[in-house]
Design a protein around this ligand. Structure first.
Ligand SMILES: C[S@@+](CC[C@H](N)C(=O)[O-])C[C@H]1O[C@@H](n2cnc3c(N)ncnc32)[C@H](O)[C@@H]1O
Length: 286
């Protein structure tokens, strides 16, 4: 059963170069989790890179600029250098942060957003839907003493995230597929970045009921424009349209789309939406 477009063989996308010789995404995740040689270089494997290691416009330099404008304490990057020593990502060099994978820069910008919007996550219960290799979890776990971080994804990406987070020694994490989630659980914060936005409607509804509506607060990034451009393809594959950010706001009490000032310029250009709820009464501004 295909639940999201990341599982569809790359050759289904007419506008992509022929990548048919690469194994499909879930198989790459499984191999990277099991084979030390694959694990050592998984972040640049083309199939994996296409699904998870998003190529950031301008290598996320504007994310670094946002952090700088906020007066972010860049010594934090010394606490996360080891994250990019796994999986051999290509690093970019930033004026203050130094050599960092652009994706890690994005995870740190998200961490800063989360802190401004919701305050400290010390002692909190966090759930993330569509976790990639666990990079966001690793960054947040280095910043806060999180009580429980639940990673939800398909089985093979979870195998890889487990290997990545165990290698880094990240504690207090648990792993679950949608079916394994206890329906009565409650969470302090739900996160999903470019993941819930890519999943077929029936699964989006299940996630809304089993996760979003059971979370006090939420931070969700939607690649809305990109998914709208794929609408015809999506409807053909699943027989119905997806849920987009505005409709999802209607399913989660208090949820709304934040002002674009929260986004880095390249994300605004890409028409990304940031949906949130449960923010603290007087959050720091963007
Ligand atoms: C574009 S990646 C984003 C990864 C990560 N959030 C990040 O920002 O780097 C999409 C993620 O959604 C996951 N995914 C795909 N189908 C899913 C499903 N049905 N339930 C949960 N996660 C899913 C993929 O395995 C992948 O980890």
């Amino acid at each position: 059963m295909i639940t999201s477009y990341s599982e569809v063989p790359l050759t289904s996308f007419a506008n992509l170069p022929d990548m048919s010789s690469f194994p499909p995404y879930r198989e790459v995740c499984r191999l990277a989790a099991e084979d030390p040689a694959m694990f050592a270089q998984f972040r640049e494997i083309p199939t994996y890179r296409w699904v998870v290691s998003s190529m950031l416009n301008g290598e996320g330099r504007d994310h670094h600029e946002v952090l700088q404008a906020r007066g972010f304490d860049f010594s934090f990057f010394e606490r996360i250098r080891d994250l990019d020593r796994i999986g051999a990502p290509t690093l970019a060099t930033y004026p203050i942060a130094g050599a960092v994978a652009p994706q890690t820069m994005r995870y740190v910008k998200v961490m800063s957003d989360v802190e401004r919007l919701f305050g400290s996550l010390d002692g909190k219960s966090v759930i993330e839907i569509g976790v990639g290799f666990g990079g966001q979890c690793a960054v947040l776990s280095r910043a806060f003493a999180i009580a429980r971080y639940t990673l939800v994804d398909l089985p093979e990406p979870l195998m890889l995230a487990r290997r990545y987070l165990e290698t880094l020694g990240v504690a207090n994490v648990s792993y679950a597929t949608l079916d394994e989630l206890a329906p009565t659980n409650r969470y302090d914060l739900a996160i999903s970045n470019f993941a819930l936005s890519e999943i077929a409607r029936r699964y989006q509804i299940e996630y809304a009921q089993r996760v979003l509506q059971r979370a006090e607060a939420g931070y969700l990034l939607w690649n809305s424009k990109q998914m709208r451009e794929m609408r015809a393809w999506h409807v053909r594959l699943y027989g119905c349209d997806q849920i987009y950010a505005e409709e999802m706001c209607g399913l989660v009490p208090g949820a709304h789309i934040l002002e674009p000032a929260w986004l880095a310029p390249s994300d605004r250009e890409f028409e990304i939406d940031l949906m949130a709820w449960g923010t603290r009464p007087n959050p720091d501004g963007p």
